[in-house]
Design a protein around this ligand. Sequence first.
Ligand SMILES: Nc1nc2c(ncn2[C@@H]2O[C@H](COP(=O)(O)OP(=O)(O)OP(=O)(O)O)[C@@H](O)[C@H]2O)c(=O)[nH]1
Ligand SMILES: [Mg+2]
Length: 411
Amino acid sequence: MGRDTVIGLVGKPSSGKSTTLNALTDANAKVRSFPFTTIDPNKASGYLEVECACSRFGKQELCKPNYGYCRNGTRGVPIILLDVAGLVPNAHLGRGLGNKFLSDLTEADCLIHIVDVSGTTDADGKETRGYDPLQDIEWFQDEIFRWILGNLTEKWPSVVRRHVATKSTTLETLLLQLGGYYANKELVGKALDRMPNLPPLQEWDTEMVEAVVKSFMAVKFPTILALNKMDHPDADKNVSKIMLKFPEMKCVLTSSLTEVFLRKLAALNYIKYELGTEFIDTAEDLPDAGLRPLDEKLAEKIEEIRDLVLYRFGSTGLVNLLQTAAEMMQLVPVYPVRNISTFGGLSGQHVFRDCVLVKKHSPVISVARKIMGDVTIAAIEGVDKKRVGEEDTVDVKKNDILSFRLVPGNH
Ligand SMILES: Nc1nc2c(ncn2[C@@H]2O[C@H](COP(=O)(O)OP(=O)(O)OP(=O)(O)O)[C@@H](O)[C@H]2O)c(=O)[nH]1
Ligand SMILES: [Mg+2]
């Protein structure tokens, strides 16, 4: 059966990984301005916000997801976030926490590289001023590359011997070597497809092995940058530099610390906060909402957050961060329903109880496999009881509401 999408939060120590995890989830990961605060990975459920299918049919009132939430047609679909230990230059040689970080990361489907753009932490996560975060982006990608390459080249001669002796295909041999990174046949195949005219494996030189590892990395660990600590006064110039230097990278500006703070104030009923927006209301703005009054210090702090973060950037960036990651992975929400006329389950009046994220253009049958495993399907129906073929593909608002009828006795 399929598993949930996992996003790895990665970066050097003290860049804000744990703070970002806390900002995106209800987790309570340890946060300190001290390198290597996190040693074992923290895992928590975050929510990818999408426009829910209920809003297409005016059924917002009846929408009650089994997992996650739906607020007025905006649905939070659970997605797993992994906060791993900080990575430092030369970790692949055992520096810092070394390979521990790297092996914790294998189950991730994509990475969010949390970059500290305030320039207040050096490459090892120690406090400084005026550090240039451009460097972090360069050494970070290289570190992951060296790690995978090292694992592969270490045993390369025996890999080649076995490959020749067993008359394996390149795909079979690489799958055996790269399967440890949660890579299946499809994924390794995709990495090879990106390299047309590959010579036979036994003829690969060092450069060729490196190119294959690079291609595998791009498929296995697509990465976006979270330019974090954007609330800091030195952030602006660093952000522009990064965007100029890496125009092809997907970047999202974030202030995880602000998001954690706002969520806390909202939970304590000091403010009303619309997640993902610039709007916060206090007792002064909404006298009848029953919000607690702010003391002078808190009122000042909120004014500062409005000026430095919300009005300048439009939001803290956290909702946008997950959406950008989902876009990069081309994830589409698909709603399996029991009853294709009411969109309900077996009983009760609630609609669209389930939602799974699948890759755009996946065949409909893979959705069934993801949620039900290896069952025999009798028929598949879409909206208006339209018959859908197993190989038809899913897309946003296309074949995304499905009812699977199983062969009796096959549940
Ligand atoms: N100004 C500012 N500080 C932040 C932000 N996000 C995190 N910090 C601070 O950065 C420091 C490190 O944060 P952590 O979340 O513990 O960093 P980490 O990447 O998990 O660190 P390790 O677990 O040691 O690898 C803490 O003092 C945070 O309060 C932000 O958006 N703005
Ligand atoms: Mg941490």
